[in-house]
Design a protein around this ligand. Structure first.
Ligand code: T3D
Length: 264
């Protein structure tokens, strides 16, 4: 039987999704997309799942689009239609990650290039092994950053660094990525999965509906003025204030006991 292109494993409330084409640095094929999106959908639909870790098998995290995946971009009359690939595969993937009801942690074990880098940056946390690197490889082959890269990069590191990374396509080390705020944390190579799983289990015990609302509010705030941001905060608090997790959080605080959050 053929090896799965995406390996899914459960550890309590944490689901780990591993990209599994190590011979091509886990670059994305249409077949891999066809397993990855359902794996994410399935985790989103499963009430037992409260945090997700995505990582790569072998020495790479993901080298972006597999440039050998024949016919993938073929449009009408045989001319390439890369835009159609974005609409068909990368928009659903990036949107799925950024709307998950639970925190998503990228454990970047090796090189993350092109859409592979931006798939990681779509996640709520990016932990990277010291030996890992990030490459906005698009300019090297005559494309723009995709999988959300044009939106994510300037927000994460500012216009100057975003343009520099995207125009040069230079390799950025994990340590430098942490230093400039592109990722959450760079950790020792051997500690990556332990740290990622520890963070995932910690997130799994948090009030998830509030975490998802926090992500939505922070992202929306970039396009709002101050007054509208406060309106959005009020709307979110109105909804969260009626939820079980808020009652539990306050009750646990007053009773001096650890909270048990259940909303999702
Ligand atoms: O349809 C569309 O194109 C739309 C979508 C676009 C989104 C994108 O992601 S565009 C960007 C695509 N990605 C790239 O351009 C990166 C290409 N890869 C590299 O530049 C290098 O492989 C790395 C810098 C990532 C790593 O270099 P290195 O020296 O550590 O490894 P390597 O020897 O280059 O790669 C190892 C193997 O993986 C090698 O195969 P081989 O020779 O052992 O049989 C290499 O060909 C393969 N590989 C790596 N990346 C890709 C790939 N094969 C196909 N597609 C790849 N993207």
């Amino acid at each position: 039987m053929a090896e799965p292109l995406v390996i899914v494993a459960a550890q309590g409330a944490v689901r780990t999704i591993t990209l599994n084409r190590p011979q091509s640095l886990n670059s994305f094929t249409a077949a891999m997309h066809a397993q990855l999106l359902p794996a994410l959908d399935d985790a989103a639909a499963d009430a037992e799942v409260r945090a997700i870790v995505v990582t790569g098998a072998g020495r790479g995290f993901c080298a972006g689009q597999d440039l050998n995946d024949a016919g993938m971009a073929a449009g009408e009359g045989g001319a390439p239609d890369v835009g159609a690939v974005i609409e068909r595969l990368y928009r659903p993937l990036a949107t799925r990650v950024r709307t998950m009801p639970v925190p998503v942690i990228a454990a970047v074990n090796g090189v993350a290039a092109g859409a592979g880098a931006n798939f990681a940056l779509c996640c709520d946390f990016v932990l990277a092994a010291r030996g890992a690197s990030f490459i906005q490889a698009f300019s090297r082959i005559g494309l723009v950053p995709d999988c959300g890269g044009t939106w994510l990069l300037p927000r994460l590191v500012g216009r100057a660094r975003a343009l520099g990374l995207a125009m040069t396509g230079d390799k950025l080390s994990a340590a430098e990525a942490e230093r400039i705020g592109l990722i959450w944390k760079c950790v020792d190579d051997g500690a990556l999965m332990d740290e990622a799983l520890a963070l995932a289990h910690r997130m799994a015990a948090m009030p998830l509906r509030a975490l998802a609302a926090t992500r939505r509010a922070l992202d929306a705030s970039m396009a709002l003025d101050f007054a509208d941001a406060i309106t959005l905060e009020a709307d979110a608090q109105r909804e969260l204030g009626r939820a079980g997790d808020f009652a539990e959080g306050v009750a646990a605080f007053l009773a001096k006991r650890p909270p048990v959050f259940k909303d999702r």
